[in-house]
Ligand binder design. Structure first.
Ligand SMILES: Nc1ncnc2c1ncn2[C@@H]1O[C@H](COP(=O)(O)OP(=O)(O)O)[C@@H](O)[C@H]1O
Ligand SMILES: [Mg+2]
Length: 267
């Protein structure tokens, strides 16, 4: 379930931001995104920050720490993390603010090669020495046979959440935000999860696979592993769409169905 976004920052949060970055000159809350109770553009005397946060008793507060842990590994492909504080009931992350729009994932979009260029840089990031969820674990409830999970095993750092709201287009290329669900697994999983979002934005499954094929790990993707992932994603998005009101849930459910049919991997 999405976390309701606060439109006013609580005093405790304002105080923590001032302690980390100095007096606040202005705050605007950000609407995009899904999980954070707080997402705001914060101006101080000398810089603009993006601050996201969750209450310390929120069930997903671990994603904040995960994002802080992954930050040093993704310096060149994500906004810089300035600080992480856990105090006074809040977990807050203070990032460099990026002036950039969300990526356009429709067919022919000039953002697609830029996104792939950054994804290719991510493929070169060495496996981080951080406690991350693994893709086999995350997908375990969607397979018939636990042996199928072995397709997803690997030690690559994966972003895994390819909602275009998590991709900001800037004059230094595409930057990826929202690393709270970063995971480890086989390197081809990121382009495969990305292609579902391309289908949801108007690509045919064949076109979306052609875009994904520009990823260096795609040539190693075992066809049976892709078939299994397609089946698993179909089940996963059926389940999400059954309970979610997010406006991307239904398009993603249809996209996952279309990819599974394309790969002949119906549930
Ligand atoms: N460093 C940043 N600079 C500017 N805007 C950002 C930055 N990081 C995230 N955003 C914007 O804030 C939204 C929410 O942030 P995100 O990290 O995706 O949190 P959530 O977990 O709530 O989805 C993003 O969709 C993006 O539009
Ligand atoms: Mg997000």
């Amino acid at each position: 379930m999405p976390t309701p976004r606060l439109t006013e920052l609580p005093d405790a949060v304002l105080r923590l931001i001032e302690k980390a970055s100095g007096p606040i000159a202005g705050v605007e809350t950000v609407n995009a995104g899904r999980n954070s109770a707080i997402a705001a553009r914060v101006r101080t005397a000398d810089r603009t920050l993006f601050v996201k946060g969750l209450p310390l008793d929120h069930p997903w507060v671990w994603t904040q720490k995960r994002e802080a842990d992954v930050g040093p590994y993704v310096r060149n492909i994500a906004p810089e993390l300035h600080w992480h504080v856990e105090e006074d009931g809040w977990s807050l992350l203070g990032f460099e603010h990026i002036d950039g729009g969300h990526a356009d994932f429709t067919p022919g979009s000039p953002d697609l090669p830029a996104v792939m260029a950054t994804m290719t840089r991510l493929a070169d990031v060495p496996a981080p020495d951080v406690d991350l969820k693994t893709m086999p674990h995350r997908l375990r409830t969607y397979v018939d046979d636990p042996a199928d999970l072995s397709w997803f095993t690997g030690n690559r750092l994966l972003h895994s959440e390819w909602n275009p709201h998590n991709v900001l287009m800037t004059d230094r290329g595409a930057l990826f935000v929202d690393w709270g669900w970063a995971s480890t697994g086989a390197a081809w999983i990121d382009p495969a999860l990305w292609l579902l979002w391309l289908i949801a934005h108007g690509h045919t499954p064949g076109q979306a696979e052609s875009e994904a094929a520009a990823h260096p790990a795609w040539q190693d993707a075992p066809p049976a592993g892709l078939d299994t992932l397609a089946r698993v994603q179909h089940r996963l998005w059926d389940s999400i769409a059954g309970e979610s009101t997010d406006d991307w849930a239904k398009p993603m459910q249809h996209a996952a169905q279309a990819w599974a049919e394309h790969r002949n991997a119906k549930p």
